[in-house]
Every structure is written in structure tokens, then in C-alpha cells.
Write a protein that binds this ligand. Structure first.
Ligand code: NAD
Length: 297
């Protein structure tokens, strides 16, 4: 890596800092709710023991504790049936003390994820994956926006990185990151390219991006040849290489070219969790009547 440490620091998008500011702002709203006798609460369902999922659930639980959100964790064995999970969701849908329901993905292959997402009450869908909320991204009036894409927009806003008219290239088109993010950037009048594993010449398309977002899960896929001078690079990927977390981006090889970049860890991940907390508090605020559904921010 070339460039001195302070040059690198200036280029970093500090996800932990932004997340802590979001947590602070929602803590104030939580006090307001608690004064009305309402404790925002989230139910987190984990099926099986996928090691990455166990870590994600733990991070969400810790964030909830920090903010003063009640977090109720339900852990089930891999053998849980789809019907049993649907029954559990129905119970949580009807529980007036639960404001947010999160089913940690991926689910075991015998459970249909789409069916599960559709079963969650859209008013408690704090992950923003219910088709109703997904559809409402188009019209910009979803109750909850998916946490990772919304967190990325918050990062860009925090550093005053303009989006309108910019070439935004998103590598990866999952339902939880790439696709909703593409629409959310289009809503802000960016010129968006969505790339996937079958895209021809990913490298040259990526190299035209003003803002390059990579969400593939392919460790160190992105090197200097994928990055235009002065580009903003958002690394969503999380891989575990020899016990060490790394992203899609080969940080050391791109740092001299980028104007801004997210580190892994400490970039997109903390924002995803903070937005989940924010969505949970928003759900409680809407239910309490303090906040109107359409009042998004
Ligand atoms: P996914 O795993 O469902 O799909 C990967 C996508 O990348 C697909 O669209 C695939 O076609 C594309 N892809 C894979 N290799 C490619 C290549 N060489 N060139 C072009 N496209 C390629 O996607 P996901 O669930 O969005 O997860 C992606 C990564 O992001 C994973 O590492 C995941 O752990 C991470 N993730 C991180 C956060 C966070 O908060 N930081 C949140 C969600 C996902």
C-alpha cells in the first residue's frame, strides 16, 4: 500500500461513526416512546447454525441493547418445518408488544424464503423484504427500506457525495442489496448499471463508475483495474479468509485511485445494523401514533 496513513484516513467512509450517530438519534426517540410506556422491540428468528448468521444475529442483539430496544431472540434447529416457522411468524404478527420481525437469511433449503417474507406483517417488516415494501421502493413510500441499500444511501449523504447524474455501477443483483439499491439510486436520478455473474466485461463497466458498489461475496474481486481514478467505492461483500473478514475489494490495490472507500469491517456492516434499529423504532413510533407512516425520515 502506498500513501501515508492520514491520506488513507481521509478517504475512509467511517461506517461505525455514522452508525453511532444513528444510534444516538434513535436513543432520543426511544426515550420519547418509553415516556409513553412503549418499549420498542424486535423479534429475531434464527433457524439453524450458519456461522455467519450467528454472528449477524449477535451483532443485531448487541446494537439493540446499546439503543434500549428490547430484542427477543428465537433460535430453532435446522429441522424446523416451514409450517412451524409460519406459525411462529403469525404469533409475532399478532403480538402487540413486538414492533419488528426479522428472519435471518439464508433459511434451510426446505423452507421457502419467499413464503416466509410474505408471511411477515408489512407493518413489522423492519428488514424491508416483504413484497409490499419492496414494491413501494418504486414509489418511494415504503414503510421500511431494506437496511443495507438504505445504509449505503445514508453513507453517501453523510459525506455529501452527489448521486444525481452519476454513473453508479452495482456488481451483484440480490434481492436484499443489488436490486433494491439500483431502484433507490434511480429514484435519485443516478445512471445505474446492474451487473451479475453473467455480465460481459464487468471490469470495463466497473471502470466507468463514478460510484462503484460491489456486493458479490467474492473476496478481493475488485482491484485497481475495476476502478476509475477518483471513484467512490462501496464494498458490501463480507468473506472470511483464514478467520479474517475481508470484502469484495482489494483495498490495498485500489486505495490510491479512490476518492472515498468503505473498509471491511467497519463500513457497510454497521450501517446495516443501525438502519435495522432505526426501522424498529420507526415501527414503534408509527404504532404509537407519534410518527406518520409517510413521514419517512
Ligand atoms: P448473493 O450472494 O445473493 O448474490 C451475489 C451476486 O453477485 C449475484 O447477483 C451474482 O450474480 C453476483 N456475482 C457474483 N460473482 C460475480 C462476479 N464475479 N461478477 C459479477 N457479478 C458477480 O448476494 P448478497 O446476498 O447481496 O451478498 C453479497 C455479499 O454481500 C456477501 O458477501 C454478503 O455476505 C454481503 N452482505 C453484506 C451485508 C452488509 O451489511 N455488509 C449485507 C448483505 C450482504
Amino acid at each position: 500500500m502506498t500513501g501515508n496513513n492520514s491520506d488513507i484516513q481521509k478517504k475512509l467512509i467511517d461506517g461505525r461513526l455514522i452508525a453511532s450517530e444513528i444510534e444516538l438519534s434513535i436513543s432520543e426517540k426511544i426515550v420519547e416512546l418509553k415516556n409513553k410506556g412503549i418499549v420498542p422491540s424486535i423479534a429475531v428468528i434464527l433457524v439453524g447454525e450458519n456461522p455467519a448468521s450467528v454472528v449477524y444475529v449477535r451483532n443485531k442483539e448487541r446494537a439493540a441493547q446499546r439503543c434500549g430496544i428490547l430484542s427477543k431472540k428465537d433460535i430453532y434447529p435446522e429441522s424446523l418445518t416451514e409450517k412451524e416457522l409460519l406459525n411462529k411468524i403469525e404469533e409475532l404478527n399478532n403480538d402487540p408488544l413486538i414492533h419488528g420481525i426479522l428472519v435471518q437469511l439464508p433459511l434451510p433449503s426446505h423452507i421457502d424464503e419467499k413464503k416466509i417474507m410474505e408471511a411477515i406483517n408489512p407493518a413489522k417488516d423492519v428488514d424491508g423484504f416483504h413484497p409490499l415494501n419492496v414494491g413501494k421502493i418504486f414509489t418511494e413510500n415504503a414503510s421500511f427500506y431494506p437496511c443495507t441499500p438504505y445504509g449505503i444511501l445514508k453513507m453517501l449523504d453523510y459525506y455529501d457525495i452527489p448521486v444525481k447524474g452519476k454513473n453508479c455501477v452495482i456488481i451483484g443483483q440480490s434481492n436484499i442489496v443489488g436490486k433494491p439499491l439500483a431502484v433507490m439510486l434511480m429514484n435519485r436520478l443516478a445512471t445505474v448499471s446492474s451487473l451479475n455473474i453473467f455480465t460481459k466485461d464487468v471490469k470495463s463497466i466497473a471502470a466507468g463508475a463514478d460510484i462503484l458498489i460491489s456486493a458479490t461475496g467474492k473476496a478481493h474481486l475488485i482491484d485497481e483495474n475495476y476502478v476509475k481514478d477518483g471513484a467512490v467505492v462501496i464494498d458490501v461483500g463480507i468473506s472470511n479468509i483464514g478467520g479474517k473478514l475481508c470484502g469484495d475489494v482489494n483495498f490495498e490495490r485500489v486505495i490510491n485511485k479512490v476518492s472515498k472507500i468503505t473498509p471491511v469491517p467497519g463500513g457497510v456492516g454497521p450501517l446495516t445494523v443501525a438502519v435495522l434499529m432505526e426501522n424498529t423504532v420507526k415501527s414503534a413510533l408509527i404504532k404509537s401514533g407519534i410518527k406518520n407512516k409517510r413521514n419517512k425520515k
